[in-house]
Design a protein around this ligand. Sequence first.
Ligand SMILES: Cc1cc2nc3c(=O)[nH]c(=O)nc-3n(C[C@H](O)[C@H](O)[C@H](O)COP(=O)(O)OP(=O)(O)OC[C@H]3O[C@@H](n4cnc5c(N)ncnc54)[C@H](O)[C@@H]3O)c2cc1C
Length: 397
Amino acid sequence: MIKKIIIIGGGPAGLFLCEQLLNKGYEVHLYEKMPAVGKKFLVAGYGGLNLTHSEDIDSFSNRYSNPQFFKKIISNYTHDDFRQWCLKLGVETFVGTSGRVFPKKMKAAQMIISWKEKLKSSSRFKLHTHCQLIDFDDKKVFIKKENEEIIQEDYSILVLSLGGASWSKTGSDGKWSQIFQKKGIEVSPFRAMNSGFEVNWSSHYKSKFDISPLKNITISFKDLITKSEAMITQYGIEGGGIYALSSDIEDEIYSKGKAKITIDLLPQFSLENIKELLCNKPNKISMSNYLRKKFKLGKEKLNLINECISKEEYSHNLAFSLKNIPIILTSTRPIDEAISTKGGVSFTELEEDLSLKKYSNIYCIGEMVDWHAPTGGYLIQGCISMAKWVCESIIQR
Ligand SMILES: Cc1cc2nc3c(=O)[nH]c(=O)nc-3n(C[C@H](O)[C@H](O)[C@H](O)COP(=O)(O)OP(=O)(O)OC[C@H]3O[C@@H](n4cnc5c(N)ncnc54)[C@H](O)[C@@H]3O)c2cc1C
């Protein structure tokens, strides 16, 4: 008979699991090292909280680094299930033009308040903040409190939802990996995912570039193409289109030291079409003026052309170059700035139900496990579906 369940880590994965277990009648203790839960979720809300995505299960699952496993858990608890759950929490959602799902009105901060209120309404729920996990064995957890006192707590089931290793000021610093390593549990090193990249822009370009986004472009890396937008920054490039390719780009930089992407500034025109239009340029008008007028290329795109295309290419191969602007990415931005991280507890250390092979009564969920996905709501949905999966495993025990 399971009496007390301890969950450590109060991000979306841990919070969602608390509520699911309370609904089933368990006594749940949530430990969190920060003064409050859900800090990364709050940060995610700054730029428009993207809770999940509306695409079908097959396409959805293929966004994950481990699609077979995620197909199972997302089918078990889908984006529609999660939207229904949000509605019960008082959070109406809508599907944006990109298929992403956002809250209609409620901000992340209000959502966390409602979430916490729901948990606190149960007498079987206890929240312990300022409590950091420093060790565990098969029966006890060792917790450091704010006053440095170390306490031991017994558990019958322990669920760890300690997050990844970016935005450390939210508490998700990945330092828990040292506890695992001491126990011989493999944790793949953390690396930046959904992050910006550095580019050695010339100082001339940096002094004049415009930080307006490059819209209506496609970005290619090897055989991957994304139709999106990107933002040129002083240090390099970032934005939705870049994040979508960031896992493969990061792999290339990790193994080869750099990666080349190409940008098509005119995806709506065929190469032949551009060649023809360029041939028709009247002599009296300069090429950059013609590009601006005929192809509606703004200052930000014209400056990028001048930065990335040699004079020779500009004179002899411009049509091709406009569809293939080469940019060399030299490194990822620091991991702490990344939206999420690759790495974490290796799937080889976990059973199918996400319990640890070495400790059958300990589960790991959320971003602390070694999986990754692009932005677009896949991260939060992944964490929620993992929590639901573990809840069902606990019930079956
Ligand atoms: C800027 C930004 C924007 C984002 N936007 C989106 C988005 O729009 N959509 C989306 O799907 N995802 C988004 N994400 C990602 C999403 O927020 C995370 O994937 C998600 O929060 C991970 O949930 P989690 O519960 O696994 O871990 P976290 O939310 O990281 O929570 C882990 C918790 O564990 C606690 N903890 C860690 N170590 C210990 C310890 N030793 N003892 C006790 N507690 C500990 C931490 O303090 C933290 O509260 C965004 C992230 C960022 C940074």
